[in-house]
Design a protein around this ligand. Structure first.
Ligand SMILES: Cc1cc2nc3c(=O)[nH]c(=O)nc-3n(C[C@H](O)[C@H](O)[C@H](O)COP(=O)(O)OP(=O)(O)OC[C@H]3O[C@@H](n4cnc5c(N)ncnc54)[C@H](O)[C@@H]3O)c2cc1C
Length: 395
C-alpha cells in the first residue's frame, strides 16, 4: 500500500536548484514538495561552489533569503590573474558599471533556504529513498519514494528534476529524446579548505608552467585553494606538505607573495567536464541545474546557472497557474540554453586559458601567455571577462 499525497510541483533534490525553485514558487503562492535523498546535515555541510554572481545575490536578497548573505558574504569588486610571476587585477566594478561578485559558500546558501522553508512550514523531506518518476509525459505525473519506512506517491501537475548530475530524473526521459554535448578535460582540481586567513583579499587565478592554481576563500578565517592535478590522481598521493609546496611554487610572484598555511580541514579531487543535455523538458518534467548541465569550475558558473534555470522555470509556472497558458513553460528549455551555452563558453575559455594541457609544447605555452597578456592589458578583453564573471542579467 502506498500513501498518496498531492501537490502542484514535485521537486526532486534539495540543492541550490530545488531549494531556490521551491522558494520562488512559494512566494507566488504555488505549492511544492521537495524530496531529498540525503540528510539535512549532509546537504548543509557539502562544500562546493562559493562565488555568487551579482544577479544571484540580488535574487536571493530581493526574495527575502539574503540577510545573512549580506552580513557575512564577502563582496569582491575584482579578481587577480597571475602569470609569469606577476599579478594583474581585473576591476569588475569599473568595467561593468558597478557590479561585483559575492563570496559565500554554497552550503550557506543551502542552509538559509532550508531554514526559510522549514520556518514557513513548507514540505521538505530529507532522507527519502527509491525515488522514481512516473507518467512524466502525461498531465498527471507522480513521484514514488520511500520515507519513514513507508512507500509513498506524490501526485503533481509538474515535476522539477533538480537532483544534480547523478540523479534519477534524467533517466525517466525515454532514450533518444535527449542529446548530450560533452567535452572532457585531461585534468582535475585538487581542492582544500584550510583554517588560515586568506593571503589576498581577492581571488587569484594563476597560470603556471606547473599547472593552474586558484586562491579563494570562504570567510576571513578560511581559505579555499585549488591545484590542477591529474584526473587519475588519488588523494593519498597528495599529503598536505606536497599540496602546500605546490601551491607555494605556483602562486609565487617576483615581488615575494606570501601564502599563509593552516590546518587542512577538507580535501577532495573533482574532475573537469562540460556537459549540456538538450532539451531540458520532456512532457511535464523539467530538468534544472546540474541535472541538465555541468561546467568546469574555472568560470564559477555551476551554482549560478542552476539558480538562473529555476528563475525561468518559476516564471513559466507562475504564468501556467495564473492563465492556464503553457507558452512560457514551453520556451523554458530554449530560454535557459542561451544562458547555459554562454556560461559553457566562458567556463571553457577560462579553463583553456589557465590550465596546462598534457603534451602542451612551448608554442601552446606562449599562446596562453599572449592571451593572458591581452586580457590584462586591453580594456575590451578585460570587460569581456568581467561581464561574464559577474554574470549577465537574468532574463
Ligand atoms: C564535488 C563538486 C564540487 C564543486 N565545486 C565547485 C566549485 O568549487 N565552484 C563552482 O562554481 N562550482 C562547483 N561545483 C558545481 C556546483 O556546486 C553545482 O553546479 C551546483 O551544486 C548545482 O546545483 P544543483 O541544485 O543543480 O545540484 P546539486 O547541488 O547537485 O543538488 C542536487 C540535489 O539532489 C539530491 N539528489 C540526488 N539524487 C537524488 C534522488 N535520487 N532523490 C532525491 N534527491 C536526490 C542531491 O543529494 C542534492 O542535494 C561543484 C560540484 C561538485 C559536484
Amino acid at each position: 500500500m502506498r500513501t498518496a499525497m498531492r501537490t502542484q510541483v514535485g521537486i526532486v533534490g534539495a540543492g541550490p536548484a530545488g531549494l531556490v525553485l521551491a522558494h520562488l514558487l512559494q512566494r507566488r503562492g504555488i505549492e511544492s514538495v521537495v524530496l531529498e535523498n540525503r540528510s539535512r546535515d549532509y546537504v548543509e555541510k557539502r562544500v562546493r561552489a562559493g562565488v555568487l554572481e551579482y544577479g544571484t545575490v540580488q535574487l536571493l536578497t530581493e526574495t527575502g533569503v539574503g540577510d545573512r548573505l549580506r552580513r557575512e558574504g564577502l563582496v569582491h569588486t575584482g579578481v587577480e590573474l597571475r602569470f609569469d610571476g606577476q599579478g594583474h587585477r581585473i576591476p569588475f566594478d569599473e568595467l561593468t558599471g558597478g557590479r561585483s561578485i559575492t563570496v559565500y559558500g554554497q552550503q550557506e546558501v543551502v542552509k538559509d533556504l532550508i531554514r526559510a522553508r522549514l520556518e514557513a512550514g513548507a514540505p521538505l523531506l530529507f532522507g527519502v529513498a527509491d525515488v522514481s518518476l512516473h507518467g512524466v509525459d502525461s498531465p498527471t505525473p507522480s513521484i514514488r519514494f520511500r520515507a519513514d519506512g513507508q512507500d509513498q506517491e506524490l501526485q503533481c501537475d509538474v515535476i522539477a528534476g533538480c537532483d544534480g548530475f547523478h540523479g534519477v530524473s534524467r533517466d525517466s526521459v525515454p532514450a533518444g529524446v535527449l542529446t548530450g554535448y560533452e567535452r572532457a578535460y585531461p585534468f582535475a582540481w585538487l581542492g582544500i579548505l584550510a583554517k588560515a586567513p586568506p593571503s589576498s583579499e581577492e581571488l587569484i587565478y594563476t597560470y603556471h608552467e606547473r599547472g593552474f592554481a586558484l586562491h579563494s576563500m570562504r570567510s576571513p578565517q578560511v581559505t579555499r585553494l585549488y591545484l590542477q592535478c591529474d584526473p587519475d590522481d588519488e588523494l593519498a598521493a597528495w599529503p598536505d606538505e606536497r599540496i602546500w609546496d605546490e601551491l607555494h611554487a605556483r602562486l609565487a610572484t617576483r615581488d615575494g607573495f606570501t601564502l599563509t598555511e593552516g590546518p587542512v580541514l577538507e580535501k577532495g579531487i573533482t574532475g573537469m567536464r562540460s556537459v549540456v543535455l538538450e532539451p531540458m523538458q520532456y512532457g511535464r518534467l523539467f530538468l534544472a541545474g546540474d541535472a541538465a548541465h555541468i561546467v568546469p569550475a574555472t568560470g564559477a558558473k555551476g551554482l549560478n546557472l542552476a539558480v538562473a534555470d529555476v528563475w525561468v522555470l518559476a516564471r513559466g509556472l507562475a504564468e501556467f497557474y495564473r492563465t492556464g497558458s503553457a507558452a512560457e513553460l514551453d520556451r523554458y528549455s530554449a530560454t535557459c540554453l542561451r544562458r547555459i551555452w554562454r556560461g559553457q563558453h566562458f567556463s571553457w575559455w577560462m579553463t583553456s586559458m589557465l590550465h596546462r594541457f598534457r603534451g602542451d609544447d612551448e608554442f601552446g605555452h606562449r599562446l596562453q601567455l599572449s592571451q593572458l597578456a591581452y586580457v590584462t592589458s586591453s580594456r575590451a578583453a578585460a570587460t569581456t571577462l568581467a561581464e561574464n564573471y559577474v554574470g549577465l542579467p537574468l532574463g
